[in-house]
Design a protein around this ligand. Structure first.
Ligand code: ATR
Length: 272
């Protein structure tokens, strides 16, 4: 009667979630099974229904391209999931209803705090205005930065996010308007790194103590992190820690025990 968990996505072969959750289970002495499942593009709702029809099916992680479908499918949503408009986490509650949450933003924030970075009182620049950025904005705003500027190629998408989040410290801009402005924390939430591209950042956007974070990760520093190094960023980090910390938050919500994310980040880093 082992409790069952899984990550649903398409593609899914690359997912490290089963390794991460197996490590968390080992660390905390929890008995559970966590698998990765390739879900047909037109079969998401059926797959979720079938998973939870098994009484041992306790929770799912949801990845690309199903995060918005999952948002629309669950019975209940946490406040941070509601505002994110997409979820990466489902838990079957005691009443049998499905609860959706988004642990991406808290995962990113926790990773930064684990790294010893400060967000409170900082001038934050976030690059991109797609689903990835929308998913992390609320937990970022909750850290009380001085300002959060969203720069995007398509300005209207950044403006939509500003409208949606209704925070006085949030503003939208084009890359060309960034010249002459300085930031303490720059977060790359674009998919540009996937293609080896760099968003068109002007020089001198980094303060002398600036930290740069890429939500993507890889064996080598991303193009954005190389740019950060060339521009004398004080600290850089990629999104491997975000991945592990969003999983740690999910594990905690499902199991009620907090795993140690840092040791799992170190372990995964060696295997990249
Ligand atoms: P995701 O769900 O990963 O956020 P998305 O919703 O397709 O994916 O958003 C991708 C983001 O990366 C967008 O902000 C996109 O900018 P546009 O809205 O202008 O398209 C941004 N992006 C992708 N490639 C980029 C590039 N080469 N330079 C700058 N921004 C890029």
């Amino acid at each position: 009667m082992t409790d069952l968990y899984a990550v649903f996505g398409n593609p899914i072969a690359q997912s490290k979630s089963p390794i991460i959750h197996a490590e968390f289970a080992k660390q905390t002495g929890q008995e559970l099974q966590y698998t990765k499942e390739l879900i047909p593009l037109d079969g998401f709702a059926d797959a979720v229904k079938s998973f939870f029809s098994n009484p041992n099916g306790k929770g799912l992680n949801i990845t690309v391209p199903f995060k918005v479908d999952a948002f629309n499918l669950v019975d209940d949503l946490t406040p941070r999931a509601k505002i994110a408009g997409a979820i990466n986490f489902i838990a079957k509650q005691v009443n049998g209803k499905l609860l959706g949450d988004n642990t991406d933003g808290i995962g990113m924030v926790k990773d930064m705090l684990n790294l010893g970075w400060t967000i409170k009182g900082k001038r934050v620049l976030i690059l991109g205005a797609g689903g990835a950025v929308r998913g992390v904005l609320q937990p970022l705003l909750d850290q009380d930065p001085t300002s959060v500027t969203i720069a995007n190629r398509t300005l209207s998408k950044a403006e939509e996010l500003v409208q949606h989040f209704q925070s006085e410290i949030l503003r939208a801009t084009e890359y060309s308007q960034l010249a002459g402005h300085e930031f303490d924390l720059i977060i790359n939430g674009t998919s540009a790194s996937l293609h080896g591209d760099l968003p068109p950042l002007p020089e001198k956007t980094l303060s002398s103590t600036a930290c740069c974070y890429d939500m993507m990760y890889g064996a080598e520093p991303t193009v954005f992190l190389k740019w950060a190094q060339q521009n004398n960023a004080a600290q850089i980090a990629d999104g491997l820690g975000m991945l592990v910390n969003q999983a740690a938050e999910a594990f905690y919500l499902w199991r009620g025990v907090k795993p140690d994310a840092t040791v799992v980040v170190t372990m995964l880093r060696k295997s990249l």
